[in-house]
Design a protein around this ligand. Structure first.
Ligand code: GLV
Ligand code: MN
Ligand code: MN
Ligand code: MN
Length: 411
């Protein structure tokens, strides 16, 4: 594969900035929550760009979008590439969008360069990677890969009581194609690192060898609503004080694992949330992550009992429900090697890296040989409106993506 086939860096950057206008926030980030009207607008812009290139768009029953470019050999399985267009509530311009828009730039470059690959190529926008609305990250790719059932996912409900089925209907993205795995030759996903390693080491490319293990829980603590002025300490059953003990426990359990540990309570609902009522109920999320499956298993074995012990004596009741857990996922050595070779050929300094974040690639990897490419991001910051990358970093990542995808499709 010749390295004089260049993607168009300025065009890639323009498309990233155009997508970032959809759901733009005053602080320079993006709020494009999954299956909202803003997400719909992003999907429509993406569809328009794909159709201008003559790609054929399919939408499946989970709203996953596949834009296909035919290859020379109709017998060959497609090479997939993509990521997600949904964002966190205070998300950045690049988490997810980089992989989809860089995939679009790969398609545009193939078109400009008049290249017909041997295998077809399909560009994917997975539904609800973030999980911040319905409590399950990697939802579209999870259903596609058979991790969750379609009906199960349709029943996941947001804090306003809207379920996934209703949300898909309301934006018109419950497509006619089955949300189930189809045979594919490979999957490549470009993403920002979302952490500090590549930037600290001055490496423009991360060769991602796999992703770490994680588990998500819902916790509910029930005490008793009571008057703030009249209820003495001995009579209180304060659910928020009990929750605070569990939150501190999650942090302690993380820190006991050293720098590799991760433990977060990111979502909290206090009821009735009135300043002169002792809170009677608190609902919150808990997640743990670790690169080592055995260590995550220890966290999972320890947490429910330790949390029970933390609330003991508070007069409150604790209920912990596990939403899902996923083991560490290694990527396919041959696909990873195509990324390594592409970076070397192009002369980009690169290093191998394990993903701390979850990605659709983790579930896709259970069905299709998969690899990921990381670019650095400023100060390692992500899930933050200030998330930022340089145009030349996007261009380098996209060029590596182009080379890896074309090499696979022409093998
Ligand atoms: C999603 O972005 C995650 O890594 O949790
Ligand atoms: Mn992402
Ligand atoms: Mn994210
Ligand atoms: Mn993620």
């Amino acid at each position: 594969m010749s390295t004089n086939q260049k993607i168009n860096g300025p065009r890639l950057w323009d498309a990233l900035m155009a997508m970032a206008e959809i759901g733009a926030t005053p602080k320079g980030g993006v709020k494009r929550l999954t299956l909202t009207e803003v997400d719909k607008a992003g999907r429509q812009r993406f569809t328009q760009w794909c159709e201008e290139l003559g790609l054929t768009m399919r939408v499946d029953a989970m709203g996953n979008m596949f834009a296909r470019r035919e290859g020379r050999d109709p017998q060959r399985l497609p090479v997939l590439l993509g990521s997600h267009l949904d964002s966190q509530p205070t998300g950045g311009k690049f988490d997810g969008a980089l992989g989809v828009i860089a995939g679009l730039e790969v398609m545009r470059s193939l078109h400009d360069l008049n290249i017909t690959t041997e295998a077809p190529i399909e560009l994917v926008n997975w539904t609800d990677e973030e999980g911040s609305r319905f409590g399950h990250s990697l939802m579209g790719s999870g259903v596609w890969a058979g991790i969750f059932g379609l009906e199960e996912a349709y029943g996941f409900t947001d804090l306003d009581g809207v379920n996934v089925s209703q949300a898909l209907d309301s934006i018109g993205y419950k497509g006619p194609h089955p949300a189930a795995p189809f045979p594919a030759d490979a999957y490549f996903e470009l993403h920002i690192e979302q952490g500090p390693i590549l930037e600290q080491e001055g490496k423009p490319i991360g060769i991602v060898t796999g992703a770490q293990a994680q588990v998500w829980y819902d916790a509910v603590i029930t005490g008793q609503d009571a008057h703030a002025g009249t209820t003495p300490p001995s009579a209180r059953r304060d659910a928020l004080v009990a929750a605070a003990r569990v939150i501190a426990l999650v942090d302690e359990m993380m820190r006991a694992r050293g720098e590799a540990g991760r433990g977060t309570v990111g979502q909290l609902q206090v009821l009735p949330n009135s300043r002169n009522v002792v809170p009677g109920e608190v609902r919150f999320s808990v997640e743990f992550r670790h690169p080592d499956d055995a260590e995550l298993a220890r966290l999972m074995a320890e947490f429910p009992q330790a949390a029970e012990a933390a609330v003991a004596g508070s007069g409150c009741r604790l209920e912990v429900t596990k939403l899902f857990d996923m083991p560490a996922q290694p990527f396919d050595p041959a696909c990873v090697d195509l990324v390594r070779q592409a970076a070397a050929r192009l002369g980009y300094p690169a290093r191998e890296i394990t993903s701390g974040a979850a990605h659709d690639a983790v579930y896709v990897a259970r069905r299709v040989p998969t690899a990921m490419i990381f670019t650095p991001c400023k100060d390692g910051l992500s899930h933050n409106e200030a998330e930022s990358i340089l145009p030349e970093e996007a261009e380098a990542g996209c060029q590596v993506l182009f080379e890896a995808v074309v090499a696979r499709a022409n093998r």
